[in-house]
Design a protein around this ligand. Structure first.
Ligand SMILES: CC(C)(COP(=O)(O)OP(=O)(O)OC[C@H]1O[C@@H](n2cnc3c(N)ncnc32)[C@H](O)[C@@H]1OP(=O)(O)O)[C@@H](O)C(=O)NCCC(=O)NCCS
Length: 197
């Protein structure tokens, strides 16, 4: 048996992260319909890089299946965000890993009906804590479109630092948009956690 075959037979379980209101865990194929329903809303796709609009039928299945492979291969960690009380999937959050540079890039979105309750901030806080504990990262960063200040506000609220705005840097639906970048370094995160306890 080759090394690759051996690796693929090792069962992998993704972590389960619990916050006061949320359960953040792996997505399964049972989530396809809900992901498709929430991500199909143009208001979600409008400001998110990885969501096509119109949302193609069957796209959520391929996307969810890619998560476990990405996690096993150490290139990404993507999770469902669920309400703890009834397990409803309300959105997604994840990291793309850049191992060569000890860094990771954030992505997240919520279904429109769940916006404005602090859920993304709650999810982002626990994901950053987990990521610095689980991976030897020095830096976690996130970008948002200039037209999407709510996403910047989420990153501010967890203590990330605004770095820059790259003008006309990202083409969304054929239109070049400004891209704003936030980051946090391992030492900064640890200092913030110490101060809070
Ligand atoms: C961005 C998004 C994830 C935020 O999720 P959320 O759970 O509503 O975020 P939170 O409630 O934790 O925090 C949102 C903050 O943004 C603020 N906000 C909302 N709209 C804003 C606006 N137009 N300008 C400035 N701040 C805004 C809110 O007031 C809140 O800050 P506050 O707590 O200080 O009042 C959600 O709107 C979303 O999924 N949007 C579509 C997909 C997307 O843009 N993903 C991010 C790609 S970079």
């Amino acid at each position: 048996m080759s090394a690759q075959e051996i690796t693929l037979t090792v069962p992998v379980t993704m972590p389960i992260l619990i916050t006061p209101r949320l359960r953040i865990n792996e997505m399964t194929l049972a989530d396809c319909a809900q992901v498709e329903r929430l991500a199909s809303d143009e208001r979600v796709a409008r400001t998110t890089s990885g969501i096509p609009h119109p949302y193609p039928v069957g796209y959520s299945r391929a996307w969810i299946l890619s998560h476990l492979l990405n996690f096993v291969n150490g290139v990404g960690a993507h999770f469902a965000i669920r309400l703890k009380n009834d397990n409803t999937l309300i959105g997604c959050i994840g990291l793309g890993l850049d191992k060569a540079n000890d860094s990771a890039g954030l992505g997240y979105w919520l279904g429109v009906e769940y916006w404005g309750h602090g859920y993304c901030t709650e999810a982002l806080h626990v994901i950053i804590s987990w990521a610095f504990a689980y991976y030897p990262l020095q830096r976690i960063e996130g970008d948002h479109l200039g037209t999407n200040p709510a996403s910047g506000r989420v990153m501010q609220k967890v203590g990330m630092t605004y770095e820059c705005t790259r003008r006309a840097h990202y083409k969304k639906n054929g239109v070049l948009c400004d891209l704003c970048t936030y980051s946090i370094l391992r030492d900064e995160w640890q200092d913030k956690q110490r101060l809070q306890h």
